[in-house]
Design a binder for this molecule. Structure first.
Ligand code: IFM
Length: 461
């Protein structure tokens, strides 16, 4: 793009065809966790374990989207969304993770996708957004190679049954979070707390991605002519890492966190090998890497795009030799979840991705939780969210001006929803959900975003 630098008088215009969207995931919005043959997922199990999720919350009723999806699609159409990123619940399609297929689950997504098309909204489907079928967890979950093989079968099934209607497929959402929060740590399901599984889990997630890309290439997916070219990619949650001070030990800490957080995933996907510094870190801690000879070439199978979920940066300081580097709080203002607001994380994450790939990029998630309160007249004036989105979109535009092939941006999230271990208190939605009545009410940010989409750009305030 040859746009000059922005000024208040001049709107930031985005490229023609820029895909403006919003994102959700199945477990966070659908509810109906036992309806029509859906199997149990690791999140159903995790929510039942005392003390795991704030307020003892679960995936019921979430946003009751499984039954209210027509209303939600109509809402998206009123906002003028060009695209909607949702995830398919693996346990709805293959309730035990392998074997019997549940037609009712396929029908649900087929109806949703048809309704999106009827409103001119491009469906972007994520195959795995953390709701692993519980029977697979009982056989080791992502620490077991077999889970990657079962995932490839599930992916091939979806390409066969729904592929023609979905132009953009995401394989795995945020393998980094699954690795560290789900398996090394205990914060997210399955809450294994087994740091020695870190490399096995990361490796099997990447292998699952590579196998799904190969299955996609072998499928006969031919979307309708008026859709964007079909494609498949992974979504990484990149976190730019900065040293907390100019001291060399903090610079080394930042480099280590960068290797473990970002490059452990980028390097195998785009260079076909794991970064030496990350491998050294794990070797010193006796963490095994169970890779078979062909795995890295499968992982590096060329994809069509890279999705980035970007929310934060990391400030790193040297820690003790056993636990490794520490993360310290940044000085900026914070969201309701205590996350530092640092808009350049967007342009920095895009620059980091571009060190590894020239593939088209999508910002597949960006957004913030704030304590949104309806006013007595029912309106929700979430000015902090508007300021947040505006500042982060301006950084996306900065990346475009620097030459990034950025094709779209998805707000997290369309609806207030189940925010994993934090339950229902953090509200990320453009649309407020009253979880008792299930009433949806667009916040001021929804109207603001509709305006951004309509003008394909941003008016700076
Ligand atoms: O809600 C999550 C989403 O499921 C994955 N990316 C980050 C969001 C906010 O925490």
């Amino acid at each position: 793009m040859d746009d000059p630098a922005p000024s208040p008088a001049r709107p930031l215009r985005f490229p023609p065809g820029f895909l403006w969207g919003a994102a959700t995931s199945a477990f966070q919005i659908e509810g109906s966790t036992t309806a029509e043959g859906r199997g149990e997922s690791i999140w159903d199990r995790f929510c039942r374990q005392p003390g795991r999720v704030a307020g003892g919350a679960s995936g019921e009723p979430a946003c009751d989207h499984y039954r209210r999806w027509p209303e939600d699609v109509a809402l998206m159409a009123r906002l003028g969304l060009r695209a909607y990123r949702f995830s398919v619940a693996w346990p709805r399609i293959v309730p035990r993770g392998g074997g019997r297929v549940n037609q009712a689950g396929l029908d649900f997504y087929r109806r949703l996708i048809a309704a999106l098309h009827a409103h001119g909204i491009v469906p972007v489907a994520t195959l795995y957004h953390w709701d692993l079928p519980q029977p697979l967890q009982e056989r080791g979950g992502w620490a077991a190679r077999d889970t990657a093989l079962r995932f490839a079968e599930y992916a091939a099934l979806l390409f066969d049954r729904l592929g023609a209607e979905v132009p953009l497929w995401v394989t795995i959402n945020e393998p980094m979070l699954i690795t560290y929060a789900g398996y090394a740590g205990r914060a997210k399901a399955p809450g294994a707390g087994r740091p020695f599984q870190s490399l096995a889990v990361a490796h099997h997630l990447l292998l699952a991605h590579g196998l799904a890309v190969r299955a996609f290439r072998q499928s006969a997916v031919r979307p309708a002519a008026d859709l964007p070219a079909p494609g498949i990619g992974i979504v990484l949650n990149l976190r730019p890492c900065h040293p907390a001070s100019p001291r060399p030990r903090d610079a080394r800490a930042a480099a280590t966190l960068d290797a473990l957080t970002n490059r452990l995933f980028l390097a195998p996907l785009f260079r076909g090998h794991y970064p030496a510094d990350a491998l050294r870190f794990f070797r010193r801690r006796l963490v095994p890497l169970p890779a078979a000879p062909d795995d890295l070439s499968i992982i590096a199978t060329p994809a069509d795009f890279l999705g980035l979920n970007v929310y934060v940066r990391v400030l790193a300081a040297a820690g003790n030799p056993l636990t490794g580097p520490r993360q310290v709080p940044g000085p900026g203002p914070r969201t309701a979840l205590g996350w530092e607001i640092y808009p350049p994380c967007i342009s920095e994450a895009i620059a980091l991705a571009r060190e590894y790939t020239t593939l088209p990029l999508y910002l597949t998630e960006n957004g913030a939780a704030f304590a949104d309160q309806p006013a007595p007249d029912g309106t929700i004036n979430d000015r902090e969210r508007i300021a947040y989105l505006q500042a982060h979109l301006a950084e996306a535009h900065r990346a475009l001006r620097a030459g990034a092939d950025l094709r779209g941006y998805f707000v997290w999230s369309l609806l207030d929803n189940f925010e994993w271990e934090d339950g229902y208190a953090p509200r990320f939605g453009l649309v407020h959900v009253d979880f008792a009545t299930q009433a949806r009410r667009p916040k001021a940010s929804a109207h603001w975003y509709a305006d951004v989409i309509a003008r394909n750009g941003l008016l700076l305030e």
